[in-house]
Design a binder for this molecule. Structure first.
Ligand SMILES: *[C@@H]1O[C@H](CO)[C@@H](O)[C@H](O)[C@H]1NC(C)=O
Ligand SMILES: *[C@@H]1O[C@H](CO)[C@@H](O)[C@H](O)[C@H]1NC(C)=O
Ligand SMILES: *[C@@H]1O[C@H](CO)[C@@H](O)[C@H](O)[C@H]1NC(C)=O
Ligand SMILES: *[C@@H]1O[C@H](CO)[C@@H](O)[C@H](O)[C@H]1NC(C)=O
Ligand SMILES: *[C@@H]1O[C@H](CO)[C@@H](O)[C@H](O)[C@H]1NC(C)=O
Ligand SMILES: *[C@@H]1O[C@H](CO)[C@@H](O)[C@H](O)[C@H]1NC(C)=O
Ligand SMILES: *[C@@H]1O[C@H](CO)[C@@H](O)[C@H](O)[C@H]1NC(C)=O
Length: 591
């Protein structure tokens, strides 16, 4: 493997780094400065510093500097099913996160809101709302919310402005309803947000966490909607901790695991995985062969066997690539990271067989660090004290993958990485009341990434696609299928290197496309962003910046309850237009 000189970067610090470690500027500018031998002391542009942002703010008209700004992630609104009552809203926690890095998570005692304890109604929608403000200077930080060790929400914070920013995110947490309702449980709600305060980075995050509940009379509950699990078992670290409850995976051989046991009458098991990448792997999709290449997958291990894989969506935190790009429209998933479901029902035979079993996580090609944990959703057969189960077939061939690098002159060149993986497992679960049901779980995944360096090392383009198809077939007929496709294109370039005037260009195109089908219900989502930023530097000082974002979001479902189309665009901090349509007629626009 040939080492291309332009990609040698400085060693990466692992201490007190923000969620976003700004490596992209580093990659590109290391090469710009490498060529800029005419420049006596090349400016250190490895980070877009607080001073750089302040310089950009200073170029704005005065009234735009002092006003507060609302940042937002485009997502469909959460609407309770027709006929629901509510919301019944409860403030779960209110806290100001100042110097919280390496300190214990903030906790609050949780007991179910009294509206949850009434008989005769069931939760039709549960929404967890995170609302926060910050003023001053601060990096983007990662935070997580856990209830009784079960992770409910993970996100990145917005980076503040001197005049203050606010944002809110609402997540559908209906699938955790049994946990929220577990009366008599003295549950601990824990929030970790690792923030650091010093002379420069003075932004304190003020946050409120609120639970909104909607109810339907039990008789009116739609039989078609999938019922949440009966119990949710945390697969995370336990308090006390001076960190989040996530496991930290540090390298490609690191396996983080914990013993798990399941109730004897479980008949279905789904593992919901949370992942985020940090420090040296924050921008894993740009990594060179020396940095273990651009492919990563999180594997789920049961007693050491790979039983499922997560090929993560590349969440770009609010400080990533160029922080301005994500103001005011933040990147897809950044305020509410996606999670990934692995069907473990075929392996219930093993899980039900006495004793503890180890559920573990590894990250293929990992560099430090990946934060991974999971929730095990279990459905119990109330009419039986015991189910029996067995594995019928299991095939998880080794990951197939390659990385090829080409360069004629050792400066310009190309890396091409590909990977593919298949996992399939079939098992039966039997109980007197449910009979003998066979479940087959299949994953088919493919990945391709090209990283092209051109213009004598001054430009770099990454083009990546990740495709995953996951199917679950029950009793040979009922089928659930999820197709996901995550296109990603990043361009880093500049001109005028070595002169007193430079322009630094960034372009990002990213998409989260998903279609789901299960029984009679289908849904499709096409969520795309295209953004660009240009920063002008004169005599080592940022003198100007411009940036724009265009996002289209189109969701529709056969249910009729959730059509939503949005077409929104911003230039600088201003929203240029924002078209929304929640009628199903318009749902096909932009497809
Ligand atoms: C949190 O709630 C308190 C009390 O209602 C309110 O004063 C404060 O402004 C809220 N903060 C945020 C960030 O919403
Ligand atoms: C719940 O916790 C509180 C305070 O931590 C304690 O006083 C109470 O006895 C506990 N209740 C139960 C049912 O464990
Ligand atoms: C990988 O990480 C684990 C956990 O931190 C550590 O014990 C091990 O030494 C590391 N291995 C390598 C090769 O760095
Ligand atoms: C996965 O399955 C597909 C379709 O059967 C096949 O084309 C592909 O080669 C398989 N990949 C691996 C890595 O086994
Ligand atoms: C359930 O069916 C599978 C094959 O379909 C069979 O191997 C297994 O023995 C059956 N279990 C029971 C308890 O009948
Ligand atoms: C990325 O590659 C795909 C094919 O793999 C191509 O269709 C697409 O146009 C490329 N995107 C850009 C922005 O070049
Ligand atoms: C979004 O709105 C703009 C401005 O009205 C329009 O030109 C464009 O065609 C729309 N795009 C989509 C995908 O609807």
């Amino acid at each position: 493997m040939q080492r291309l000189p332009f990609l040698s970067g400085p060693p990466k610090k692992l201490v007190a780094m923000p969620a976003s470690s700004h490596l992209l500027l580093c990659l590109c500018l290391a090469l710009v400065s490498g060529l800029a031998t005419a420049s006596p002391s090349p400016r250190d542009l490895r980070r877009f510093s607080a001073g750089d942002i302040a310089a950009v703010e200073a170029t704005l008209p005065r009234h735009r500097r002092s006003s507060g700004t609302t940042f937002f992630e485009v997502d469909r609104p959460l609407r309770p099913p027709k006929g629901s009552s509510g919301p019944c809203s409860t403030l779960l926690l209110s806290h100001s996160f100042a110097f919280t890095l390496t300190k214990p998570p903030v906790t609050a005692a949780y007991s179910p809101p009294s509206c949850l304890l009434g008989a005769g109604a069931s939760v039709s929608l549960a929404v967890l709302e995170w609302r926060a403000e910050c003023r001053g200077v601060q990096y983007d930080r990662i935070f997580g919310v856990w209830l009784a060790g079960v992770e409910l929400l993970r996100g990145s914070t917005a980076e503040p402005r001197p005049g203050g920013v606010s944002w809110s995110v609402s997540k559908d947490v209906t699938r955790y309803a049994p946990l929220l309702a577990a009366a008599g449980n003295n549950a601990t709600l824990a929030v970790y947000l690792g923030n650091l305060i010093d002379d420069t980075y003075n932004g304190v995050y003020h946050a409120n966490l609120t639970l909104h509940l909607y109810f339907l009379r039990r008789a009116a509950a739609r039989p078609s909607s999938p019922a949440p699990a009966d119990v949710v078992v945390p697969i995370s670290r336990s308090l006390p901790l001076n960190d989040g409850l996530w496991f930290v995976v540090q390298n490609s051989t690191d396996v983080q695991s914990t013993p798990v046991s399941v109730p004897p009458n479980a008949y279905r098991a789904v593992l919901e995985v949370y992942v985020s990448s940090h420090y040296a792997d924050e921008f894993w999709y740009m990594n060179t062969p020396e940095e273990n290449g651009p492919f990563r997958e999180v594997t789920v291990l049961l007693d050491g066997d790979v039983v499922g894989a997560v090929w993560p969506f590349p969440v770009i935190y609010t400080g990533g690539i160029n922080p301005l790009i994500w103001r005011p429209i933040t990147s897809i998933g950044s305020f509410n990271f996606p999670t990934y479901d692995i069907e473990l029902t075929p392996f219930l035979g093993k899980l039900l067989a006495g004793g503890d079993h180890e559920v573990g996580f590894a990250v293929t090609n990992a560099q430090s660090s990946w934060y991974v944990d999971a929730n095990l959703h279990l459905w119990l057969d109330a009419k039986s004290s015991k189910t029996t189960a067995g594995l019928i077939a299991y095939d998880a061939p080794k990951l197939s993958g390659s990385i090829v690098s080409r360069s004629a002159d050792g400066i310009d060149g190309e890396y091409d990485a590909t990977a593919s993986r298949n996992i399939t497992a079939t098992g039966w679960v039997s109980s007197p009341s449910r009979g003998n049901v066979t479940t087959t779980f299949t994953q088919r995944m493919s990945f391709a990434n090209t990283n092209v360096v051109s213009s004598h090392g001054s430009a770099q383009a990454i083009n990546q696609t990740t495709d995953a198809v996951t199917t679950v077939v029950f009793a040979g007929e009922q089928k659930q299928e999820v197709h996901q496709s995550f296109p990603l294109y990043i361009f880093l370039g500049g001109d005028g290197s070595g002169t007193s005037s430079q322009r630094l260009m960034r372009r990002v195109e990213i998409g989260f496309d998903e279609s789901r089908s299960g029984g009679a219900e289908t849904s499709t989502l096409r969520n795309r962003q295209a953004a660009a930023a240009e920063v002008t530097v004169k005599d080592d000082a940022v003198v100007g910046a411009s940036w724009r974002m265009h996002q289209t979001y189109a969701y529709s479902d056969s249910d009729g309850g959730g059509c939503y189309v949005r077409n929104v665009s911003s230039v600088g901090y201003d929203v240029l237009f924002d078209h929304r349509d929640a009628s199903c007629d318009g749902a096909l626009v932009g497809r």
